[in-house]
Write a protein that binds this ligand. Structure first.
Ligand SMILES: Nc1ncnc2c1ncn2[C@@H]1O[C@H](COP(=O)(O)OP(=O)(O)OP(=O)(O)O)[C@@H](O)[C@H]1O
Ligand SMILES: [Mg+2]
Length: 369
């Protein structure tokens, strides 16, 4: 008997991007880019940077240099303070972004105080100032040395394997020290149901129709994968991509790991390695995340070189990152993190088509369990 399908989807890339149940206003807004246009963004950011710098030295504001892509609702600045040296300031533009900074502050504090991590803590920024109730909500943290791995990989794609290995090894220390094997089933609400609810709530194309059916299929598959499985549970970065890893000038040593707002002490640690390898694959192929993940799900396996990178990862004889189900979980976490940090992602049809729709089009074709 032919397996029943999770929806009436007619093939890969089928009608999952259709505007089922999406209001006209949402459809129109869907064409706005995720990033605010440069002509509007840059003058506002310059003004904000001056105001923020003046808080440290009103009469002679320190120099403030922008860092990061500015895609999320956070303005990241590097400030040179005469008395304290170089610090990184993060200013939230929205309520969700302020909540993400609050979470990041709490994580940095906990990690820096965790004696078990010893010298490894030098890779984590030290939290310095927190003022999230101010008119311009912000936190500051120590600036770690180095260049981010995404910049290095764009300039030298041939170094992808060695950079990935360094990045995976650096985080493996955190995982080894903090992770314990646990039954996965008890974690399904926090790891699967909550991120799915965030995506369903913030992405209009996932509320009804094939998008919703695709998400339901993703949820069923992930819950099934956790059921009866032992998973290493410990500190998980939660958004481990090359933009969040710093390396020295030669690209031979990890000098820092940043952007800890999505981290949790009780995550499935395999997700970080899966995320990193996925993002490196996107950089290598110049591809969007959605089709890359959909291709892996369709083939039932990672590209052999990606599987080799993950094979060396020590995850204490439990679920491993090259397992396609954990690739799917890494995708879900990444998508949920984006929509949680900035409402502009969920509203954007362009982002939806690039990052989300291809995976859901694949998912609606899975047999109902
Ligand atoms: N503590 C730090 N020390 C050194 N560099 C940092 C630090 N924090 C952030 N950066 C730099 O700023 C960039 C952006 O910071 P972060 O990743 O925390 O913000 P973001 O909102 O995720 O921005 P993006 O959308 O660019 O990823 C990082 O890629 C890194 O290059
Ligand atoms: Mg980042």
């Amino acid at each position: 008997m032919r397996a029943q399908r999770a929806s009436g989807g007619s093939g890969r890339g089928s009608s999952v991007a259709a505007d089922h149940g999406v209001t006209l206003r949402e459809q129109v807004r869907g064409f706005l880019p995720v990033r605010r246009p440069t002509v509007l963004r840059v003058p506002v950011e310059r003004r904000e940077a001056r105001r923020l710098a003046r808080r440290f030295r009103p009469e002679q504001p320190p120099s403030a240099r922008r860092r990061g892509s500015g895609l999320a609702d956070v303005l990241v600045l590097q400030l040179e303070l005469p008395d304290r040296g170089s610090v990184v300031l993060k200013h939230a533009h929205s309520e969700p972004a302020a909540r993400a900074l609050d979470r990041e502050w709490a994580v940095l504090t906990r990690l820096r105080q965790d004696e078990r991590l010893g010298e490894w803590r030098r890779l984590v920024p030290a939290p310095l100032d927190r003022d999230l109730d101010a008119p311009l909500p912000m936190i500051t943290e120590s600036r770690l040395p180095g260049r981010d791995a995404a910049t290095i990989l764009r300039a030298r794609p041939d170094t992808a394997d060695s950079v990935a290995r360094l990045a995976l090894d650096a985080l493996a220390v955190l995982h080894r020290v903090t992770a314990r094997p646990e039954p996965g089933a008890g974690r399904a609400d926090a790891w699967v149901t909550e991120p799915l609810a965030a995506v369903r709530g913030d992405v209009p194309w996932c509320r009804t129709g094939p998008g919703a059916a695709g998400l339901t299929a993703v949820g069923a598959r992930l819950r099934g994968a956790l059921d009866g499985r032992t998973v290493a549970v410990g500190w998980t970065h939660g958004d481990y991509h090359p933009g969040n890893v710093l390396l020295d000038e030669e690209g031979s040593r990890v000098t820092g790991i940043v952007d800890w707002g999505e981290a949790r002490a009780d995550g499935p640690v395999v997700v970080d390695a899966a995320t990193f390898v996925l993002m490196v694959r996107c950089l290598r192929n110049g591809a969007d995340l959605g089709p890359v993940v959909a291709g892996i799900l369709h083939d039932g396996a990672l590209a052999p070189e990606d599987a080799r990178l993950l094979a060396g990862q020590d995850t204490a004889d439990v679920a491993d990152a090259s397992d396609v189900d954990f690739v799917l979980l890494a995708w879900l976490w990444h998508v949920a993190a984006n929509v949680t940090k900035s409402p502009r992602y969920g509203r954007s049809r362009i982002w939806y088509r690039r990052a989300v729709a291809p995976v859901l089009a694949e998912a609606v074709q899975w047999p109902v369990p």
